[in-house]
Design a protein around this ligand. Structure first.
Ligand SMILES: [Zn+2]
Length: 332
């Protein structure tokens, strides 16, 4: 009997960073997990490309643009973050030109017109909006080229807010920019904010909200993992929690930890707020879950969820329904 493929929406993949900065791979070549090499000498993975996306059953990917450069192996914010960001957005826009099976998604209508299994949507996401410190720049210029999802910081603090690995907080400019995001009704991403900024932002933000790629404190205390109170606050906003496969969010690469995470989340916030935010192509570590180390393996997750006692309706909720209901449907 042929196995049923469940299409999925992935709230976070770093395809542009991987192709342009981390490994230099070609998205239109079938790559293997460790084919990429990195000049800075740290182990980077190569987890997504057009072939493996189709194999895994991808329906819609949030394609992140995260403007950074590597200097002596360290991730640093470039002097002109806008031009680095623009290069990454152009990278995605160019994919649509090169292969008509890839579609830019900016609305529910566009999402619904995707031919499942034959076409893959990409929703443009900006991870780290450092360029917004420059008052002459507006979020509207990103919106106009198709960006529909945004987060203020990466791990460090910037002129807007405090990143997960910093002590910063929401600033006056950051607050102003949130009003702009509210006005445009873009999807807002809480991932990468530190806890103080998280609580400041969640009071102000009034758009579809998610924590796109994270883990949970219950499994491991980590600045990128969420506490029970944070998880509940996201639910109160009718938001979504995207579970990542990033090794640093867990204690080991045993899939049991992933199972415990899903079970805990189901108990605390219910399956209707759960989603996938793999972080594929952005994971810098050799300690991957063997069952979920690249996007072609995504259907293994349905087996894992089944093992955790999720029924087929709940698995479909996690794979695509919740992201459609709580995010895509609410776009203008
Ligand atoms: Zn990230």
């Amino acid at each position: 009997m042929e196995k049923k493929i469940i299409p999925f929406i992935d709230l976070h993949q770093d395809i542009a960073d991987n192709c342009l900065i981390l490994t230099g791979k070609d998205f239109f070549v079938r790559n293997s997990l460790h084919a990429g090499s990195n000049e800075a000498g740290f182990p980077v993975n190569n987890q997504s490309d057009i072939f493996r996306l189709f194999e895994g059953g991808a329906k819609l990917i949030f394609g992140a643009s995260c403007p950074f450069t590597l200097e002596k192996g360290q991730i640093v914010i470039p002097k002109d973050p806008f031009s680095t960001l623009k290069e990454q957005l152009d990278f995605y826009l160019n994919l649509f030109e090169r292969d008509r099976r890839l579609k830019l998604i900016t609305s529910l209508n566009e999402y619904e017109s995707l031919k499942t299994g034959e076409e893959i949507g990409i929703l443009l996401h900006v991870e780290g909006a450092d360029f917004l410190a420059d008052k002459s720049r507006s979020i509207k210029e990103l919106y106009d080229i198709g960006v529909r999802s945004i987060g203020l910081t990466h791990n460090e603090k910037n002129a807007l807010a405090g990143g997960a690995k910093s002590d910063g907080e929401l600033t006056a400019i950051g607050h102003q920019r949130l009003e702009e995001i509210n006005h445009l009704n873009m999807i807002f991403d809480l991932a990468h904010l530190n806890e103080k900024s998280f609580w400041q932002v969640i009071k102000i933000i009034d758009t579809p909200v998610m924590c796109s790629h994270c883990g949970i404190d219950f499994i491991k205390k980590d600045s990128r993992n969420l506490s029970e109170e944070q998880l509940k606050a996201i639910c109160q906003k009718d938001g979504l929690v995207g579970i990542a496969f990033t090794p640093s969010f867990y204690n080991s690469n045993l899939v049991e930890e992933l199972i415990s995470s899903f079970r805990y989340l189901r108990k605390k916030i219910g399956t209707e707020h759960l989603a996938i935010g793999s972080d594929f192509d952005g994971i810098i570590s050799p300690k991957l879950f063997p069952e979920l180390s690249e996007v072609s393996q995504m259907q293994n997750l349905s087996q894992i969820l089944k093992k955790s006692g999720f029924n087929s309706n709940q698995i479909e909720q996690v794979f695509y329904r919740n992201a459609k209901e709580r995010l895509i449907k609410k776009l203008n």
